[in-house]
Design a protein around this ligand. Structure first.
Ligand code: BJW
Length: 245
């Protein structure tokens, strides 16, 4: 059985990470065009760095931990997978729009962060990606040339902004085309191409949406579970587990 799971900000909400579009969400205090477009970064890099620095520090604080939804997905993957095997055919793939690392912290192994990763930085010139846990500023020395003052401020957050191409699209398309089960968890279904993945799954695929409420893409799913991911995901996995025995 090929399983594809798409997660959005809603799965991390119960871990204390704000979503984007809900009340008190990230876009309420930070207009999207200011902080999540290449044009916004070019206009005011300090503002954009400050937005991501705050989120990076928050992610690294000890009270931010995977919640029962992340943990149930990781345990399910481990049960389905032979010990120490890989997933060469992406038979169990989590595609996350989230830039936090909570799936990996929970123990998930096959995770594709299609909108980038907050704990990485990217060189604006070479595109090279570096593990990154500190603040970034317009004066941050280049990790490969720390003494070269002309290379200060050449790093950007390793995230995908509006107008940029998300990561791993070929791999996602292939996994969708052969999915037998597709779960979309905690995503508003407003941002493409992520919101269109459900349309790339075959008609025989069982498609389940887990969210607090319906979304614009709900009609594309054949089952809906309304409720917090931390409750609904473990419940659904327990059901799927007992049905397969
Ligand atoms: C819970 C819960 C709980 C809460 N339990 N649930 C016109 C039409 C169609 C498309 C376009 C268009 N104009 C422009 C576009 C394209 C554009 C787009 O989609 N725009 C729309 C807004 C209209 N897309 C792009 O630009 C993308 N690139 C692109 O298209 O490239 C062209 C191309 C594609 C393919 C091939 C070749 C070329 C890039 C999109 C990049 C998005 N980037 C961001 C920022 C990432 C970095 C960061 O984190 O800061 O990604 S924006 C933001 O939105 C972030 C998220 O990943 C993404 C999705 O948000 P998500 O996760 O769904 O969160 P919310 O807050 O929206 O929803 C939370 C949900 O959870 C809600 O439904 C709640 O109910 C639920 N919930 N608590 C269960 N406890």
């Amino acid at each position: 059985m090929n399983i594809l799971i798409l997660t959005g900000a809603g799965i991390s909400a119960e871990s204390g990470i704000p979503t984007f579009r809900d009340a008190n969400g990230l876009w309420e205090g930070h207009p999207v065009e200011q902080v999540a477009t290449p044009q916004g970064f070019a206009r005011d890099p300090s503002l954009v760095h400050a937005f991501y620095n705050t989120r990076r520090r928050h992610l690294l604080s000890p009270d931010i931990r995977p919640n029962p939804a992340h943990i149930a997905l990781a345990q399910w993957e481990q049960e389905l997978l032979a010990p120490s095997a890989d997933h060469p055919a992406d038979d169990f793939l989590i595609v996350t729009q989230n830039i936090d690392d909570l799936h990996v912290q929970a123990g998930s192994r096959n995770v594709l962060p299609m909108h980038g990763e907050l704990l990485k930085a990217q060189c604006l010139e070479s595109g090279k990606v570096f593990a990154w846990r500190d603040d970034l500023t317009v004066d941050t020395p280049h990790p490969e040339a720390p003494e070269d003052d002309s290379k200060r401020g050449w790093l950007r957050p390793y995230v995908v902004w509006f107008g940029e191409v998300p990561l791993g699209l070929d791999r996602i398309e292939k996994a969708a085309a052969r999915a037998d089960l597709f779960l979309a968890i905690g995503t508003s279904g407003l941002v493409y191409p992520a919101a269109g993945i459900v349309q790339c799954t075959p008609p025989k695929c069982r498609k389940i949406e887990i969210n607090l409420a319906d979304t614009p893409t709900s009609p594309a799913f054949n089952e809906h579970r309304h409720g917090p991911a931390g409750i609904e995901v473990p419940k659904l996995i327990a059901e799927l587990r007992s049905n397969s025995q």
